[in-house]
Ligand binder design. Sequence first.
Ligand SMILES: NC(=O)c1c(N)nc(OC2CCCC2)nc1O[C@@H]1CCC[C@@H]1O
Length: 336
Amino acid sequence: DLFGSLGQPNLALRCQQLRQLIAQYDHEYYVLDAPSVPDSEYDLVYRDLQDIERQHPNLITPDSPTQRVSGSAANAFNSITHRQAMLSLNNAFEDSELEAFDKRVREALGQEQVEYAVEPKFDGLAITLTYENGIFTQGATRGDGYTGEDVTHNLRTVRSIPMRLNCENAPKLLEVRGEVLMFKRDFEKLNQAQLAKGEKLFANPRNAAAGSLRQLDAKITATRPLSFFAYGLGVADGAPALGSHSMAMDYLANLYFPVSEVRQLVMGVTGLRDYYQKIGQLRNELPFDIDGVVYKVNQFNQQNELGFVSRAPRWAIAHKFPAQEALTVVEDINVQ
Ligand SMILES: NC(=O)c1c(N)nc(OC2CCCC2)nc1O[C@@H]1CCC[C@@H]1O
């Protein structure tokens, strides 16, 4: 038969090729929103992999897309201590605080103007992803910044989180920090489905994302439309030398991680202010909720020079928008 002639080694290679192809298709569909093949083609490739794995379970690998929804329901989350603390951010609300931040940074660095990496402040749930030799092995919530909950199985179900790194010589260890969130449109659809099922409605996308991620049964998480954006690195062992936050984001984008498309590099406090205004205008059009923007000194050597105050860095602050009145009201849907 077909498989007899292929033999094990070739089958293993065939599985690897199928996994790689599906990882590419997932990236195009869930991250770039630009599939290169129709769903019918995707389903054929996926079924090929499933058939081989069903006949040869020894060929199943943890990064196989067929393993995204797996694992039985646990009765509690294990506690994970982060190799590198997941710090929080000091907030600025007034323009005067912005001036003060930039002034402190300029004086500490002895520099006229500072280059900042700026990006939206995603309003979701902070998590950390661990990749060992290019394979996703563990995921955890931020928790108190030092220990979080092991939500590995749940994170496997998030299609925009890659199960393997898209590179040849993968780093021995790579920790990726980011935010799990739910897009506004997916949140509306979820609440309409909840309503139709007579189940409770979620208050907002952030609560829906947090509630979905902290399900003990990953099969429930798999039914929820979760997304992810990377915004930083934790421990990186064997990764190429990255000198700045913007370089780290480029590196992650090449590894198939979703990163913000509206991130920028700006100079000085004027650059910060302009970006805050720009995103403030864009806010309601963005497909996801944000509660501000984040400014980071871009160069890592300058970040190291500035260090942290208690648990938050001196080199970064969030600039919050005024809280939006609770406007996510599910309009009356005439439920039959
Ligand atoms: N929510 C965000 O979009 C975000 C971001 N874009 N960038 C950072 O960089 C921080 C992480 C540690 C030092 C700088 N943090 C963010 O969120 C933080 C994570 C934990 C508390 C805040 O929500």
